[in-house]
Design a protein around this ligand. Structure first.
Ligand code: ZN
Length: 204
């Protein structure tokens, strides 16, 4: 039964006519200082793309940390429904829709380490552009006294791990590049923040 329900639910997303393909609207709510995208898995499903790939794109574009939790996407900071919808649209333009025939019947392939979008409808293929990260409008992204899940992206002169969230550089002593940690922000000075390691979550 569940399989049938699922199949029926997918029906509106049948991808043989541009007019009939609708990017689902994000269902967004807030939990504390996080934004929850409740229909994250459904969106990835309808776009027919790997949820991890979609999540990676959203985190990069939104300039924040976050993760997939079951069918939901959870993001640090508060983002409006419109801001998230805009990111999903750019994902669609970049990684889903064929630029030749405008149909979404495509798949991603790696060719000579270049990611290509190949159209199943017309056979066209194009390389996927490398995107520059840009942050969506948000507020209260990082606050003193709060704990965040962060990925250490680099190491500072004094050996402290550094995470980046939007415009903030967060220094976390005792961490190494590539690991994901929970850290409590002790002090913010302009766009520099200093945090204390709370828990190691592993390697990203
Ligand atoms: Zn095409």
């Amino acid at each position: 039964m569940e399989g049938l329900d699922r199949a029926l639910k997918r029906m509106p997303a049948t991808r043989n006519a541009k007019e009939r393909f609708v990017i689902p609207s994000p269902k967004v709510f807030y939990e504390g200082k996080t934004t929850v995208l409740d229909n994250f898995a459904g969106i990835a499903d309808i776009l027919d793309r790997d949820p991890d790939h979609l999540m990676k794109f959203l985190l990069q574009e939104m300039g924040t940390a976050g993760k997939i939790e079951g069918h939901r996407g959870v993001f640090q900071g508060r983002f409006s429904e419109e801001a998230i919808a805009r990111q999903i649209e750019s994902y669609f333009d970049e990684y889903v829709v064929c630029s030749e025939c405008k149909l979404p019947d495509t798949h991603l392939i790696k060719s000579d380490r270049v990611l290509m979008l190949k159209c199943d409808a017309c056979g066209a293929h194009r390389p996927v552009k490398k995107r520059k990260a840009k942050a969506a409008v948000q507020k209260d992204l990082i606050e003193e006294g709060e704990t965040y899940e962060l990925r250490i992206e680099s190491v500072g002169n004094r050996g402290d791990g550094i995470a980046k969230v939007d415009k903030f550089l967060i220094f976390i002593p005792g961490t190494v590049k590539g690991e994901v940690v929970r850290a409590k922000v002790k002090k913010i000075n302009g766009t520099l923040a200093f945090a204390e390691l709370v828990e190691r979550k592993g390697k990203a």
